[in-house]
Each structure stands twice: as structure tokens, then as C-alpha cells.
Write a protein that binds this ligand. Sequence first.
Ligand code: HGY
Ligand code: MN
Ligand code: MN
Length: 413
Amino acid sequence: MDAAIDVDRDRLLDSLRAQAEFGATDGGGLHRLALSPADRAVRDWFVDALTDAGLSVRVDAFGNVFGRREGTDPDAAPVLLGSHLDSQPRGGIYDGALGVVTAVEFVRTLDDAGIDTRRPVEVVDWTNEEGSRFQPTMQGSGVWAGALDLETQYERTDDDGVRVVDALERIGYRGDAPAEQREPYDSYLELHVEQGPALETAGADVGVVTGIVGLSWGRVAFHGRPDHTGTTPMHLRSDALVAAADLTTAIRRLPSTLGDRTVATVGSLDVDPDSINVVPERAELTWDVRDSADDVVDQAVDRVEAEAAAAAAREGVEADVERLLRAPAVEFPARPVDAAADAVDALGYDGLRLVSGAAHDASRVASVCDAGMVFAVSEGGRSHTEAEYTAPADCYRAANAFANAALRLAEPV
Ligand code: HGY
Ligand code: MN
Ligand code: MN
């Protein structure tokens, strides 16, 4: 490929700062839950950015927002670039957003350089990647890729009982375009912060992602008996929270008995009636289990369910188990991985190949076309916290690697 292209570092960082205004927290992070008013505001800002960049915009029935730059060959399958703009509760400003603003910056850089590509280029913001307000994670890309059923996902509700479809309507992003792959895509590339310590530990500039771990999400609700905490003898109790606590520590111990990359977490716990002097009637927890090997993930889920049954039996309560999501481990094909690696080399950066421990929309899109990812350094490996930080130089280097990899895939003419 001819000389490397060079993204406009200041314009990229300005865009990153601009998007961070929508849902900004006092702690320097983002509280921009999927389909919230803050998500609407940043979507409107994104649509304006796409329009200003001369892209044609469409919104699909699940709120995925696409911008399209035509290529010279109308019959060529497009290259799709992007990530997500929704955040975790009090999350960081880079998770997802860096990938979206970099995809727009790539298009702007092509225009500045007067570069046409044979393939059309599309830029996307996927709805609800985080899966925090509405489960599951990667919901918009999952519907678009055909892994999740649209109507079923419309009915998913948040803690206040608001349905996805109503939230989409309320923010005006239940679009007209079908929420499905409407044509064959050549490839997909996503820039994302690593959200882990590998790049920083290795002293690498940029990550060339070779795949994504498999994951399972689920929910266990324990049902006990509400009683007076002062008058109910201990041997007569059926305490739902004790069973949940048992299961939580069992899940924490699980990875030490499975793979060396296995991780297992109980991230949320809801207790009812949640009163200091009532023996808990209901205690509901979630599990998040991941490993690079799918058979280990499946083993872990079986163990979680067995431990839930044992904890319920010990405490004399009932357990309802719900499997929310099973996303298989993904290995990216050579073409996008090599495009990223060649770009890193051509720019003289120090690249590290690694598997992603975080889930990404790329794992859903990988089921319909060649997908790949480029990682930016996460300082201290921190993410899903306001403390998430990627230095400007690391944003710029990763964006440059991404842009040159994307150009390889889109084929300059
Ligand atoms: O859970 C994840 O790995 C992603 O950040 N939503
Ligand atoms: Mn993300
Ligand atoms: Mn995230």
C-alpha cells in the first residue's frame, strides 16, 4: 500500500472530548446508559458528525446508526467500522466511544487526503453494547447479525420495567431500516481500549487482537421466607440472602479449579424486601463467566448451576436459574488481523497480538463477515470505571493503526 495516512490527532481528541460531554459525571467519566436521554444526545451529535462528514445516514429498527461513504465500485461489499456509544454506570469516556470517533476520523482523513476507496465504507454506532441497563450485552449487533431475535429483544426490560422498544421510541431511534445485514459485508474493524493490563505490561503501543473470549451471563433468584429477625430462631429460617452469599463465594472460587484464563464474577445482587429487620425473602444475583475455551465456559456454567442448587438445599430455599447469554469464543481471520499487523509495522509502532478478555460487537459481527480489532493502551488496565484512561498519544497511535488497517481493507484507488 502507498504511504501511510495520518489521522488528525487534534480533531480526533476534540471529538473524543466532545462526545464525553453527553452524560458526563463529576468524576470525569460517563453515565450514558443505553437508550437514556444522554444516549439520545450523543446519538444526535453522532448523526450530525456523520452528516457533516458527507455520509448518508440510516437508523435501523434496533437503533443501530450507520453512516455510508460510497466507494468507486458500486458492486463491492462494504467495509464496516465502528463500536458503541453507550456506557456503563459511571463508566469511562473511552470504552466504545474511542472506536466510534476514530471511525469518523478515518473518513475525514480520507476526505482531507482526497482518497477514494474501491469499497464503500460504513461507520456504525451499535445499540446497547454494554448490556448494563438492558441485558444482554452486544444487543444491537446481536440483533443485526441474526444472533438475537428482534421482537424478543424489544421486550427486554430495565429495572424499572421499561421495555427496550419503548425506550427506543422515546429517544426517537427506532429507525425504519431493517435491523439486519442488508448486503454482504467484506469486513469489519473495531478500535477499542484494551480494558486490561497486557499492552501496558508489555510496553506495547497498540494491540492487534486475534480473538475474543467466550462468555456466559445468567441470573439466579433465591426464594426464601420473610420473617422477623428478632423472633425467628436460626434453625427455622429460610434466608435467601445466605444462599446467595454462599453461591457468590463459590463462583469466586470457580476459576481456580478451571482454566488459567477463567474469570467469574457476581456483579449485581438484589435483595427483597431489603430491610434491616426482615429475613430476606428473595435474593437475586447475576453471573458473568468467561474463558478463551468454550468448553471451559460450559463447564463453569454447569458448576454455577450445581452450586446454586446446593446452596438452596443447605438453606432450605428455592432457586430459579436463568441463562441470559452465551456468546462463543471468536478467533479473527487472518485478513483483518494481518491488515492491522501490517499497518502497525508500516507505522513503526510496537504491536502486541492478544485475545480480548472483554466482549465486543466485533464478536457478533464476526459471524457475518471477516472481523478484526485494534486495541489502544488502557492505563493501569482499568475500565468500566471513571478512572478509565488512555493517554492522547496512545489514542493517536491506535487510531493511526486502525485507519491504515481500514484503508487496506477498503482498498484505496
Ligand atoms: O462486558 C464486556 O466485556 C463489555 O465491556 N460489555
Ligand atoms: Mn466496549
Ligand atoms: Mn464496556
